[in-house]
Design a protein around this ligand. Sequence first.
Ligand code: CNA
Length: 241
Amino acid sequence: MDIEGIRKLNDWVRESDNIVFFGGAGVSTESGIPDFRSVDGLYHQKWKYPPEQILSHSFFERNPEEYYRFHREKLVIEGVKPNRAHLKLAELEQAGKLRAVITQNIDGLHQEAGSKKVLELHGSILRAYCSRCRKPYPQEVINHGEGVPRCSCGGVIRPDIVLYEEPLDQDIMEESVRLIRNAEVLIIGGTSLNVYPAAGLIRYYRGSRLVLVNLGETPYDSYADLVIHEKIGEVFSQITV
Ligand code: CNA
């Protein structure tokens, strides 16, 4: 355990009431949801097409049956619970220290842990809508059964997630930029910082307390003021609020 690093993180958390957290799939691996790029992540599992191809707009349009096979086998997550990282972030918000969680995750675990201000850059697997008339649907409509789910208007129902090749929601992006630009402490965790434009958000931070908590190295390690290469749940469980 990086005791010195955790002590510094604790000092910065104690001294600030303007912390922003920006995270990714690594925040949920300790809940049992695989990420994309770790050795046991989705990119290393055998599948007919690479995940980033299946999870792209053009693939969904051309081949919704195959998309839904993947979706139901790999993306539907049931029975998972928030872990110590999600719970600590909710606690920090409750204590008036954390302004927002900005996440690339689509699993809804931050909200389940009690976080109120959650900006979902890539949408949520818990919601669905008709790609033709935009009528909203609950996730159950797409999670189970066979084939391609259809709306009463005949359109294909899709999950409310941002597929590759699709733009991010402009309002969510702008609010994320504003929060990061004004943050005193920016904690980034559980993300390989490889997926753009989300990863580019880090460049808007102007402070001098940028913390990276990630198991693997990232392209931004040398950019951070504090880097902790440990499991985020273990690190966060040692933050005292
Ligand atoms: P990624 O590219 O898979 O990177 C994950 C990073 O987390 C890696 O660098 C790992 O080293 C690190 N990591 C894994 N476990 C831990 C841990 N316990 N503690 C600290 N670090 C850890 O994932 P990104 O989020 O960077 O990539 C963005 C994609 C992945 C987004 O579009 C997500 O929607 C997508 N995704 C989301 C989920 C989810 O919602 N839970 C799961 C899988 C993928």
